[in-house]
Design a protein around this ligand. Structure first.
Ligand code: ZN
Length: 345
């Protein structure tokens, strides 16, 4: 599919020396196979061009020709794996909805234009490294931005939001788009120890505060998590950016709370979800990590996590029973305490 090829070519472009778009469907850069001219650093004789519904690589220096698939494999094996996965997925389940990921489309005249697109950063840029360390798939780097001076930028959108620019610092900007692909809110995540770790700014309070809603298919199972970054690891997943995961819809919706059985606030929320008739995931005891990104970091794959989730969805009476069991297991300390109180009282 030409659109996917184009998207992945742009993802790779920061790794291609002298990368230029010559015209629609024609790109030029230094050949990553032969390294191009040794005498001139600016000579670039590698070309990518459109052929029917895909792209083809050809170098006029070494003469090598390659399918786009093999070309990606040569340049970046990580991006290659994502490309294969995305092509496979598109073919299998959603042949026609690739359009809505057009990055140009997302930006329009949005205030994000004045920020730095993470997808355009050099491979060894500290922000790229930050995302890599958290294993955030590069197909999402298009929708992440860098605000070098976060407070100053926010003030251009919400005048005087930060009356003092003292201690201004860079943040990762995670935009929330509505179904019309307009940004209505965003989260700024600190790179270092700056507090709070997340700052959420709502620009249009009419839109439901849900991250990822612009790319959700409500005809399939929809997963709801708390953290926007966590949502990137699951299929068809949105995030509420708060511990209340109730999104209105209940059909086909599965709430995936963080795994914090000792956190009273979370436990109480889960009880509310169940009482309200939602399907909810109660993480089995052997899962120790507190959220999905932690599970990824400890070595679980997205496929494994998705499997654990699907095997531990409860609703109605089953949810109530399992919740009591789950809570009893995990809130031992509280129980001991109340027993002691009884004994001494
Ligand atoms: Zn070459």
């Amino acid at each position: 599919m030409y659109y996917i090829d184009q998207k992945y070519l742009l993802l790779l472009s920061s790794q291609l020396k002298q990368f230029k778009k010559k015209s629609d469907g024609l790109y030029n850069f230094r050949c990553p196979y032969c390294g191009d001219s040794k005498k001139s650093e600016t000579k670039a004789r590698g070309f990518i061009f459109r052929k029917e519904n895909s792209m083809i690589y050809k170098c006029h220096n070494c003469g090598i020709g390659a399918s786009f698939k093999n070309f990606i494999k040569q340049v970046d094996s990580k991006i290659y794996n994502e490309y294969i996965l995305e092509r496979y997925k598109k073919k299998e389940v959603e042949p026609d909805i690739s359009q809505f990921r057009k990055p140009k489309f997302l930006l329009g005249d949005s205030p994000l234009k004045s920020l730095i697109k993470v997808s355009t950063l050099e491979h060894n840029h500290p922000v790229k490294k930050f995302l890599e360390k958290r294993q955030i798939p590069s197909r999402f780097h298009y929708e992440l931005f860098l605000a070098p001076k976060f407070f100053e930028w926010v003030n251009t959108l919400v005048p005087n939001k930060f009356p003092s620019l003292d201690g201004d610092h860079p943040r990762l900007v995670i935009p929330f788009f509505n179904t019309k692909e307009k940004m209505f809110a965003f989260q700024g995540r600190a790179f270092g120890e700056e507090k709070p770790k997340y700052i959420t700014i709502v620009l249009d309070s009419e839109s439901p505060k849900i991250y990822g809603i612009h790319k959700i298919d409500w005809n399939k199972k929809v997963y709801v998590v708390e953290g926007p970054i966590d949502s990137l690891f699951l299929d068809n997943c949105i995030a509420t950016a708060q511990s209340d995961l109730r999104v209105g819809h209940k059909d086909n919706v599965i709430l995936v709370p963080d795994n914090e059985p000792r956190n009273k606030e979370i436990v109480k929320q889960i009880e509310r979800f169940i009482d309200d008739g939602y399907s909810v995931v109660l993480w089995p005891e052997y899962v120790k990590e507190k959220d999905i990104n932690d599970m990824i970091l400890s070595g679980k794959t997205t496929v494994e996590i998705q499997k654990i989730i699907n095997e531990n969805v409860y609703n109605g009476i089953n949810a109530k029973t399992q919740f009591v069991f789950w809570k009893k297991v995990e809130l031992k300390n509280e129980k001991k305490l109340s027993r002691n109180q009884y004994r001494h009282g």
